[in-house]
Ligand binder design. Structure first.
Ligand SMILES: C[S@@+](CC[C@H](N)C(=O)[O-])C[C@H]1O[C@@H](n2cnc3c(N)ncnc32)[C@H](O)[C@@H]1O
Length: 268
């Protein structure tokens, strides 16, 4: 299937760009923690339009990066950016992660951010395939949600809470799981990896913080979909909208953001 449930279109591409900016420092930190700059070859799995790929390319100038995604629109955008920015160390790969085993090349490093949560049914096999694609001693760095169900606001707001619930159930009802971070490490160990690092990022974000903007924009883009899918009522949507507007004008509120697991695993 070409599409996946967050959608493949220009508006989502723009959101992914802003989302990258919101989580850029944490992403850069993971690239360094995993020591990716020491890898000669790196596979960026589910790279989307390539915001992670360019981040890796910038921090790993001596690495050759292969950027895999199944969405044609995102691969086209990535190819356009490679040409525009005259980047020599990125190669796009239009492929399905479910067929990773069929790819010939092996890699010293692999990276993925916000991808595995969409592939829950096939997760054990996908992790085994990633293990097989790595050279001995190779590193896999992943950044996936620990949970989307924890997001709270101060002051409390019923519309805001309904939106949090909407996100959690949006993943579940479409075959994903945003609590993947609670069991990803266990599955990585079962696939043969040894775990070198685990940490969580996210949390306190007052009005104006990059995570505040990211969460409000995600609400604007997806709450209408939640209403359509019966995961939130129109009235709750309106209450949440008013909450964001009021807090941005009085600048007193804060949120506790989604929490993201960062894990670094090594092929033994
Ligand atoms: C939320 S986006 C994240 C993109 C990028 N990793 C980032 O952090 O900006 C998820 C990406 O996973 C890709 N994806 C989902 N299922 C896939 C599959 N089976 N094979 C390859 N890519 C897949 C989607 O096309 C989409 O680009």
């Amino acid at each position: 299937m070409e599409d996946y449930f967050l959608g493949v279109h220009q508006k989502e591409l723009t959101r992914l760009d802003r989302q990258h900016t919101a989580w850029q420092p944490e992403t850069q930190q993971l690239i360094q923690t995993a020591n990716l700059p020491n890898c000669k070859t790196i596979l960026d799995l589910g790279c989307g339009p390539g915001f992670t790929t360019f981040e890796i390319a910038k921090h790993c100038p001596n690495s050759q990066i292969t950027a895999l995604d199944k969405a044609a629109l995102y691969q086209d955008y990535l190819s356009y950016q490679i040409k525009k920015q005259q980047t020599a160390n990125i190669t796009p790969l239009h492929a399905d992660l479910l067929n990773l085993g069929k790819e010939d090349q092996q890699f010293d490093g692999a990276f993925c951010r916000w991808v595995l949560a969409f592939l829950i049914d096939d997760l054990p096999n996908i992790l085994k395939a990633i293990y097989e694609k790595l050279t001995p001693g190779g590193t896999f760095a992943a950044m996936e949600y620990l949970t989307l169900g924890n997001v709270l606001s101060s002051p409390p707001n019923d519309g805001f809470l309904a939106n949090t619930k909407g996100w959690h159930n949006f993943y579940l009802t479409n075959g994903g799981d945003a609590q993947i971070g609670t069991y990803l490490t266990k599955l990585l160990i079962e696939a043969g990896f040894s775990i070198e690092h685990q940490s969580c990022v996210g949390g306190f974000a007052p009005v104006g913080h990059r995570w505040w903007h990211w969460w409000r924009e995600a609400h604007e883009d997806f709450a209408p979909v939640f209403v359509e899918q019966g995961l939130m009522t129109q009235a709750e949507y309106v209450v949440a909208n008013t909450f964001f507007k009021e807090q941005e004008s009085n600048k007193k509120g804060f949120i506790y953001s989604p929490i993201i697991l960062q894990v670094v695993a090594r092929k033994i």
